[in-house]
Ligand binder design. Structure first.
Ligand code: NDP
Length: 458
């Protein structure tokens, strides 16, 4: 039998790679991992974690204003961006260190450096050639930006977390997760925000009622949302401002301090030597894998965003764990991704699990829709014109709840619990039989009575 330096060599120290490395090591494998930036990956360094910290920061603006309705006198509040960024950086450094220490604690050989494949069992890193029985590609993704004139003046989610100052006027391009999340963050922190999206409504793929509701709430908060519009060119002026030409149904021109592109992400596979090693990639450069994470080459595997499937941290973690168990555990395991809840940390946030109304109709033919739009109790005194939307999509025939959707305060926290019920196959009657928790917004999910039945072609 050939003897390799390692049984598993992981390229990429993000959520998926780190989980796979730690589990493989705990199962007794000799494991090494290489990361060319900082341990923790997109989620910890420039994704979920810093984003959520910035969402908290942004929300204080409304909290201070709302407090007045509850008898507080709040003196004019001031926000200082560098202080927030410094605090955020400290927390990120702490978490990144934790990731690295946990790997070291699990007896994984931890390396800093860009690794690439030399062949199906050999990796080059920091001038060394190392062999491994298995190689795991967990290099994540990177922002995609379309090539338009002046694109070099734009930033992406890679840079936005470390800007020296809060830009006063920002134009955000895209209508997906990152675009709407940063629209809420930057608007809350005091910037004047314009969101420019090429499609008919933000958040394509989400339930249509959710999309329309978030759009309304964003506009109420003062975000200018341009639909059916796209950026044609960006010019940098002598004073540092950016002049942005927007084309579409209503061509317009905008003077801003920053243009943030949030136009999707692509798998990070450039320069890894994958194609040369015979690994089949998809059109976007993602590693094509089976349900276990195996690529077309038996010794090479991939998990997480680099596989170009569901780009969510908890999914990468599941895939990493499953792969490690498949390679070094008693029997093959695939990640169960039947009901993946997801949140958009927009303002207000979205929580969603299961099928949208459109998806459910396509799959089941007839569905019962239950929904409610209401003002949270908090806003009876705050006076804020913000509404919450909740919606259940139910299969008319079996009465199984197929999807739960919410836009409103704490939606992600509420949907996580509902995801368990929906995964277990809860019916509308199960929801109805559950005693309400009063007073809460969440109780609306168990008190919905008015239904609208929709059938496929109607
Ligand atoms: P998304 O795929 O969510 O959205 C990309 C947006 O950019 C879409 O609105 C898309 O439009 C638009 N777009 C794509 N190409 C172009 C183009 N050439 N010109 C103009 N617009 C374009 O990507 P994000 O970058 O927002 O986020 C990447 C992924 O990261 C998400 O899909 C998600 O998986 C993950 N993520 C998850 C978060 C969470 O869980 N809260 C937070 C942030 C990211 P169209 O709809 O027309 O295609």
């Amino acid at each position: 039998m050939t003897s390799y330096d390692y049984q598993l060599f992981v390229i990429g120290g993000g959520s998926g790679g780190v989980r796979a490395a730690r589990i493989a090591a705990s199962l007794g494998a000799r494991v090494a991992i290489a990361e060319n930036f900082r341990y923790g990956g997109t989620c910890v360094i420039r994704g979920c974690v810093p984003k959520k910290l910035l969402v908290y920061a942004a929300h204080f603006a409304e909290d201070f204003a709302d407090a007045q309705g509850f008898g507080w006198t709040v003196p004019a509040a001031e926000f200082y961006w560098p202080k927030l960024i410094e605090a955020k950086n400290k927390e990120i450094t702490r978490l990144s260190g934790l990731y690295e220490n946990n790997l070291i604690g699990a007896k994984v050989a931890v390396m800093h450096g860009a690794a690439h494949l030399l062949d199906a069992h050999t990796v080059a890193v920091n001038g060394q050639q190392l062999t491994a029985e298995h190689i795991l590609i967990a290099t994540g993704g990177t922002p995609f930006v379309p090539q338009i004139p002046g694109i070099e003046h734009a930033i992406t989610s890679n840079e936005v977390f470390d800007l020296p100052q809060l830009p006063q006027r920002v134009l955000i391009v895209g209508g997906g997760y990152i675009a709407v999340e940063f629209a809420g963050i930057l608007n809350g922190l005091g910037a004047q925000v314009t969101l420019c999206y090429r499609g008919e409504q933000v958040l394509r793929g989400f339930d249509d009622d959710v999309r329309a509701h978030l759009f309304d709430e964003m506009v109420k908060k003062g975000i200018a949302v341009l639909l059916h519009q796209d950026v044609a060119r960006i010019d940098k002026l002598a004073n540092g401002s950016l002049s942005v030409d927007v084309s579409g149904a209503h061509a317009s021109s905008h003077m801003v301090d920053a243009v943030l592109y949030a136009t999707g992400r692509v798998p990070n596979t450039m320069g890894l030597g994958l194609a040369e090693a015979g690994v089949v990639l998809d059109k976007a450069g993602g590693v094509m894998v089976d349900v276990f994470g195996h690529s077309s080459i038996p010794s090479i595997h991939a998990v997480g965003d680099v596989t170009n499937r569901i780009a969510l941290t908890p999914v990468a973690i599941r895939e990493g764990a499953a792969l490690a168990n498949t390679l070094f555990g008693p029997s093959p395991v695939s990640a169960d991704l039947t009901t993946v809840p997801s949140a958009v940390f927009s303002q207000p946030p979205i929580g969603t699990v299961g099928l949208t109304e459109t998806q459910a109709l396509a799959q089941y033919g007839e569905v019962d829709i239950y929904s409610s739009k209401f003002r949270n109790m908090r806003h009876t005194l705050s006076g804020r014109d913000e509404h919450t939307l909740i919606k259940l999509v139910v299969d008319s025939a079996s009465q199984r709840v197929l999807g739960a959707h919410m836009v409103g305060a704490d939606a992600p926290e509420i949907i996580q619990g509902l995801a368990i019920a929906i995964r277990m196959g809860a019916t509308k009657a199960d929801f109805d039989a559950t005693v309400a928790l009063h007073p809460s917004a969440a109780e609306e999910f168990v008190t919905l009575r008015e239904k609208t039945t929709r059938t496929k072609n109607h």
